[in-house]
Design a protein around this ligand. Structure first.
Ligand SMILES: Cc1cc2nc3c(=O)[nH]c(=O)nc-3n(C[C@H](O)[C@H](O)[C@H](O)COP(=O)(O)OP(=O)(O)OC[C@H]3O[C@@H](n4cnc5c(N)ncnc54)[C@H](O)[C@@H]3O)c2cc1C
Ligand code: SF4
Length: 331
């Protein structure tokens, strides 16, 4: 049994003060990931700062035509929000493809961004893991690595970020609003999560004293041409092996803008803007989509059990783009 103390914060500044005063204190929101980590002895925070009563539980219009998703709005309330469904359906689809109804009712938007990898060795404290214990080694690289990354890996870690929601947020180019001891700042979604490099223990560019207050969606939501395709072992209640959020702007048959983000393949939601640009100004055809799929996996590397993901990714990109262009259904 690890003992810990508990405080409930009543406003943003007292929450930030609490984690600034104690460097080992952590925020707890829905608890659906953190409590599991504590039960498995992977995380042993001596102090929990409960943020569930902070006034960050609303979805609000932004002056520029975008939408602000409070960090404490649940994943369920976000996915079923009328404006999210109407203006950002790719986000709604992505969230609803994740976890289970009960989990989505507890899980918060801020917590979803900061959930930790599902690498089996990360959860197994009997095995070496650089993310859990820097310098210990990586058990996955030469071990069982079926769920692991094929893009952006390092020789320190090949874990993937497990979120579905974050894949859609990456495609939509959301921005994350945070508040810390030095004030507020804005982090573009592409800069929020990190690749493992030499510091796989650091998942994001959020500082330890910073609280995510909201996730802001730009006005452009791609409601007419979008797809979220999730390839997984079971039809529900399973993390993505590979997922693709595809969003297109089209003028007739011609693509004018492309957004593609991939989940289950890297330590962060994966964007390849050069591959996206290949489609701009050309007709939506399977041949063109196949060229993009090829380009995205060109630098991919398999580690044995997960090598199948390279082909799955290539095909999933094509299929998601076809669906977004309304050429065929995903199922
Ligand atoms: C069985 C199971 C299946 C799942 N399947 C999926 C799936 O298929 N797809 C998917 O995307 N997810 C899945 N999830 C993950 C789930 O979505 C996350 O656990 C959830 O989103 C975390 O949110 P939370 O509010 O419960 O976070 P918590 O567990 O409370 O916190 C998680 C982390 O975020 C930090 N944190 C929370 N809020 C903030 C904030 N506002 N600012 C700064 N730090 C913060 C905490 O300190 C902690 O480190 C699954 C989870 C389980 C248990
Ligand atoms: S892949 Fe990353 S999380 Fe998994 S064992 Fe290796 S270092 Fe740990």
């Amino acid at each position: 049994m690890n003992s810990f103390s508990y405080t409930r914060a009543s406003d943003v500044s007292s929450a930030v003060r609490a984690v600034t005063a104690d460097r080992e204190a952590v925020f707890i929101a829905g608890g659906t990931n953190l409590i599991d980590l504590m039960k498995e002895n992977v995380a042993r925070p001596p102090h929990l700062v409960d943020i569930t009563r902070l006034p960050l539980n609303r979805i609000e219009e932004l002056p520029d035509g975008g939408l602000r998703l409070g960090a404490l709005v649940t994943n369920a309330d976000t996915a079923y929000n009328v404006e999210v469904e109407r203006r950002y359906p790719v986000l709604s689809r992505a969230i609803l493809s994740g976890a289970s109804a009960q989990l989505r009712n507890m899980a918060t938007n801020g917590g979803n961004l900061l959930q930790r990898t599902r690498c089996y060795y990360f959860y197994d404290t009997a095995t070496p893991c650089n993310k859990r214990n820097p310098g210990a080694g990586c058990s996955a690289i030469s071990g069982f690595n079926r769920i692991h990354a094929i893009l952006g890996t390092s020789d320190q870690c090949i874990a993937v970020h497990p979120s579905d929601m974050c894949v859609a947020l990456a495609a939509l180019e959301a921005v994350v609003q945070v508040t810390g001891k030095d004030g507020k700042r804005t982090i573009p979604f592409a800069d929020f999560h990190r690749l493992p490099g030499d510091t796989p223990n650091v998942d994001t560019n959020l500082r330890p004293d910073e609280l995510v207050t909201s996730i802001d969606l730009p006005s452009k939501g791609f409601p007419d041409h979008y797809a979220y395709l999730k390839v997984r072992d079971r039809a529900s209640y399973a993390f993505a092996l590979v997922s693709v959020a595809a969003a297109l702007e089209m003028d007739g048959e011609t693509i004018t803008e492309t957004r593609l983000a991939l989940g289950g393949v890297a330590h962060k939601p994966w964007r390849d803007t050069e591959a996206e640009a290949m489609l701009n100004g050309i007709r939506a055809t399977k041949d063109h989509f196949e060229a993009v799929g090829e380009a995205i996996v060109r630098g991919a590397r398999g580690f044995g059990h997960n090598t199948f993901k390279i082909e799955v990714t290539r095909r999933a990109v094509v299929r998601a783009l076809q669906h977004a262009a309304r050429m065929r259904r995903t199922s």
